[in-house]
Design a protein. Structure first.
Length: 200
């Protein structure tokens, strides 16, 4: 199913933007640097690690640009505000069940930027788009039991464990839960209130 998304999303430390074929070198560098970790969790990364070369990594940018134009499984690339040519990670929405209002969320962060809050920062803004602009009824994510960082991210963002898909734990996030828990607007409001009390 086709969905229309903003080309750019600004976060505190990143610019999330639609892919471009010109991103080939940057995406190849980020994936190559992170491949040992990515191959533990993503089948595509394991295949590249075993059989592919730099050309296969670079082709990922071109394919992602085509998908975004078509509104099918669109991806944003996250770029550092401090270092504009540095790619931080990849954020994808899978649209196979969009006719039911369901989007599947997938994310990875380059290894040397992991653990610094980039995933949760970007996710909050992306989820606001999903629920507020697109009217999504449900976001889901899947995470291997041994993937500790991703499980912590799901908990931090307010996802609930919801059974299994092909023996992989499934997590879901509903609009009402998101509005209460972690939307970017809610986080900004809480921060403003905290700062105002601190100043007072």
């Amino acid at each position: 199913m086709h969905i229309d998304l903003p080309d750019f999303i600004e976060t505190e430390r990143m610019i999330l933007r639609r892919p471009s074929a010109s991103d080939r070198d940057a995406i190849a560098s980020a994936i190559f640097e992170s491949l040992p970790e990515l191959a533990r969790w993503f089948e595509w990364a394991e295949i590249i690690q075993r059989y592919g070369g730099v050309e296969d990594l670079a082709d990922r940018a071109t394919a992602a640009a085509d998908r975004f134009d078509e509104g099918l499984d669109p991806t944003w690339y996250g770029w550092s505000r401090a270092e504009p040519n540095r790619m931080i990670g990849e954020f994808m929405l899978k649209t196979g069940d969009w006719d039911l209002g369901i989007l599947e969320y997938m994310v990875w962060i380059r290894s040397d930027a992991a653990g610094k809050g980039f995933a949760s920062e970007a996710s909050r803004h992306i989820f606001d788009v999903c629920f507020d602009q697109l009217g999504a009824k449900l976001l889901e994510a899947r995470c291997a039991p041994t993937n500790g960082p991703s499980r912590k991210l799901m908990q931090k963002l307010g996802f609930q464990a919801w059974g299994y898909h092909a023996d992989v734990p499934r997590y879901v996030l509903f609009p009402a839960s998101w509005a209460r828990h972690g939307s970017a607007a809610t986080v900004r409001l809480v921060r403003q209130r905290f700062l105002s009390r601190t100043v007072a």
